[in-house]
Design a protein around this ligand. Structure first.
Ligand code: GAL
Length: 439
């Protein structure tokens, strides 16, 4: 009897302890957009010159060019789709001529192609092109966008109400729509709209936007030239830590296919955006895209790293290179980057010079590399094995503004005769307390 009581007591203790174990919840996991969103956005190619034909053509081309197959699923409409005035009852109205068949017809067709649809609004009185913004209409607009069939909302930062009206800073301004989206998900039982905050970096969205949405713009608008690409990479090199599952630094719409970038610059642009886990939104007229640009967008090895289901973080600099470490330089951003992935350590080496360069690094400069091991090197642009790296690696002849993207996988202990005893010689010490030779 006593032992039975003891058994019951121990079971109770075990149960109490186990039931106190906190459930595994990700507070910021709203269930959508765990990984960077891949798709299309109308702004860079068309600006305000959009209509349902343009949007549907982009969707069809995403399918027929094989972009949907490699993961680009979102077709996102940007600014200028609306009438200038709300309806008498207060709703945003889709432009009656340019979207004559209506938004439901459009999203039905997009969904029928196996794609998802995105829409755009603004946290202030107006959008940046002075169409209706959502301030004080957040719940109504979120509901309308969901009723129209959209899955995603980009939310801009123009036309800010006076302080005496808003009495909120940037966080409160964006919280209004985040709350409306969360309330709507609760009341409708549908997944929340993916929320893409378009604040341009002045108010450090990487510090707060993860509470509200799945991505946040980190810079002003991109343009199709190397100066813009280099400066966005530079700015994002200091905030790489902010991207992880369910929340991503948005480096802006891709400019690949819009002229103004050499082939090597376009490859660097795509590599940096993919490996830093930015959303990848194609921004060109797909009916005229070249095979070379299409091949860049369809680099499935880089896309697989962008969409890594196991490791959420992206690459970060381990050495700035030409520039001293941790110094901002918009023309010469950090050159030596690495990060974890489910299949090995990823390296991104950028040649910021105007002439070809050899880019050298010691493997253990990256925190993700194990000392005393050797690594098989895979080139993520030529898609070939590139030998075995012991202690260090040199990417030779990287073209001006070009990139090397490498995946290093552990290939066992390094050969025994490799010297010195530590690749990092400072404080390299024998167990008897003497400094190693050369340390
Ligand atoms: C800007 C935004 C662009 C585009 C544009 C539309 O604020 O950064 O990506 O959305 O507004 O007016």
């Amino acid at each position: 009897m006593a032992s039975f009581a003891l058994l019951i007591t121990s079971l109770l203790v075990v149960w109490t302890v186990l039931s106190r174990e906190p459930p595994v919840v990700h507070a910021l996991d709203s269930g959508v957009a765990k990984l960077p969103v891949l798709g299309y956005n109308t702004w860079n190619a068309y600006h305000c010159d959009i209509n349902e034909t343009v949007v549907l053509q982009a969707a069809q081309l995403m399918v027929s060019l094989g972009l949907a197959d490699v993961g680009y699923k979102h077709v996102n409409i940007d600014d200028c789709y609306a009438e200038k005035n709300r309806s008498a009852s207060g709703d945003i109205v889709a432009d009656k001529e340019r979207f004559a068949a209506g938004m439901n017809d459009l999203t039905d067709k997009i969904h029928a192609m196996g794609l998802k649809a995105g829409i755009y609004s603004d946290s202030g009185w107006f959008t940046c092109q002075l169409y209706p913004g959502s301030y004080q209409n957040e719940a109504r607009d979120a509901k309308l966008f969901q009723d129209w069939g959209f899955d995603y909302l980009k939310f801009d930062n123009c036309a800010v109400p006076y302080d005496a009206i808003i009495r909120e800073g940037i966080v409160g301004k964006y919280k209004r729509m985040a709350d409306a989206i969360a309330d709507l998900a609760k009341s409708s039982g549908k997944p929340p709209l993916i929320f893409s905050l378009c604040e341009w970096g002045e108010e450090q969205p990487w510090l707060w936007a993860r509470r509200f949405g799945q991505s946040w713009r980190t810079t002003g608008d991109i343009s199709p030239d190397w100066g813009s690409i280099a400066s966005i990479i530079n700015q994002n090199s200091f905030i790489a830590w902010a991207s992880d599952f369910y929340g991503h630094n948005d480096m802006d719409i891709l400019e690949i296919g819009n002229g103004g970038l050499t082939h090597d610059e376009a490859k660097t642009h795509f590599t940096a955006w993919a490996l830093m886990k930015s959303p990848l939104l194609i921004g060109t007229d797909l009916s005229t895209i070249s095979d070379a640009d299409l091949a860049i967008l369809k680099n499935t090895e880089l896309l697989a790293l962008s969409q890594d289901p196991v490791v959420g973080t992206g690459v970060a600099p381990f050495r700035w290179g030409i520039n001293p470490d941790w110094v901002s330089n918009s023309t010469h951003p950090a050159q030596f980057w690495s990060g974890e992935s489910q299949n090995g350590t990823v390296f991104m080496l950028i040649n910021t010079l105007d002439e070809p360069a050899d880019l050298f690094f010691s493997l253990t400069e990256s925190p993700w590399i194990r000392a005393g091991r050797q690594y098989a090197v895979r080139d993520l642009w030529t898609h070939t094995a590139n030998g075995t790296a012991v202690r260090n690696f040199t990417a030779r002849g990287v073209p001006p503004h070009g990139v090397a993207a490498l995946l290093l996988t552990d290939a066992g202990d390094e050969p025994p005769d490799v010297g010195p005893p530590c690749a990092r010689r400072e404080w390299c010490i024998d167990r008897n307390g003497t400094l190693a030779p050369g340390a």
